[in-house]
Design a protein around this ligand. Sequence first.
Ligand code: S3P
Length: 444
Amino acid sequence: MSGHGTPQPLTARASGPLTGDAHVPGDKSISHRSLILGAMAVGETRVTGLLEGQDVLDTGRAMRAFGAEVEKRGDTWHVHGVGAGGLMEPEDVIDCGNAGTGVRLLMGAAATHGFAVTYTGDASLRARPMARVTDPLALFGAVAHGRSGGRLPMTLVGASEPVPVRYTVPVPSAQVKSAVLLAGLNAPGETVVIEREATRDHSERMLAGFGADLSVEDTPEGRVITLVGRPELRPQVIVVPRDPSSAAFPVCAALIVPGSDVLVPNIGLNPTRAGLFETLRDMGADLTYENPREEGGEPVADLRARFSPDMKGIEVPPERAASMIDEYPILSVVAAHAEGTTVMRGVAELRVKECDRIDAMATGLRANGITVRDGDDWWEVDGRGAGGMPGGGSVESHLDHRIAMSFAVAGLAAQAPVTIDDATPIATSFPIFRDLMNGLGASL
Ligand code: S3P
């Protein structure tokens, strides 16, 4: 929802050891896709482990507006789908709240239906670029009328006679790739999406699971994904794995708070998502994968993170960026507690997330005594070693859940408390964050 609740400040103080098990919520990317693909299948999809964060609840509400039945009974979400091509014209504006994934995937899904939909969101979402999605959707025949700079609110008039599309995604974005694939579901013939750098592949895996005819080929041009339009999607039983991007917060907190030993069970380790954990291990973190296994076609393990006083700054391989794009904010907090400089390059996308994440983290880290240098698509953090962050600063979360959680973790290992102006955005992806962290021994 795009309502502006009362800001809730949060103060994070130096904590004793963090110990115990951290059961983090379901994966945000997979949760959005479960509701959208469930709504585009014929019959009832059942989902357990759905992330009940505001972003996903907003997508659920949107799918109802498009004609699907979405309800929770007991622990299970039931989605009664209307079929690919069967979405209905919503009666009102679709408000996606804070969710870039929600709005961009919905725009894709609806773009090949012959009706108009108006989308909006909160101040963060209304500032984010949508042309990256509406440009390829125009190739199907959809027409967008938005604010200047391709911003929301925006009306997208769907194509009543869509044509299939071949599109090379110009920026590494799973949202853009997914929007094109979802639009392709209701276009005749083959829709082809090419990505030069692999991004998270949940849409491909799930579309195949729902019975779409989809193939992926690695070529010198990049990953070529071919989808045959107008499939009959079969309803699925989905168990959503826990979110590696949420696991990142208790994992990183354990690495920097003295004496900590935290187990984060059941984390999805799809290689298109696990870049942070590799990077932390490269820095010398005591982070192990226990009980590695496969669940629902995804690699899963229990993560054990222990206090790691000897981490070293590194240059993060830029080709790893897509697999850890949401984790750079929390990585920068760990970097502040490592010896030496951590260099992060090839990350221009960070500037167009829920906020400009390089700017938000650099400003907040500086306010807490850390030296940060940044340019258009890079930044560097000078580490001060374990326990070396002075803290004592006030920071702004800019309607961005990951900025708020990153500074909350920073405060647990800083010499003086860190105060965040507004912690309410955390509810978009990790509603139980504060209770979970305090349950491990944090002072939030
Ligand atoms: C997501 C893709 C990424 C990521 C976001 C979730 C998805 O965004 O940052 O949190 O579920 O497809 P981009 O596609 O903009 O890189």
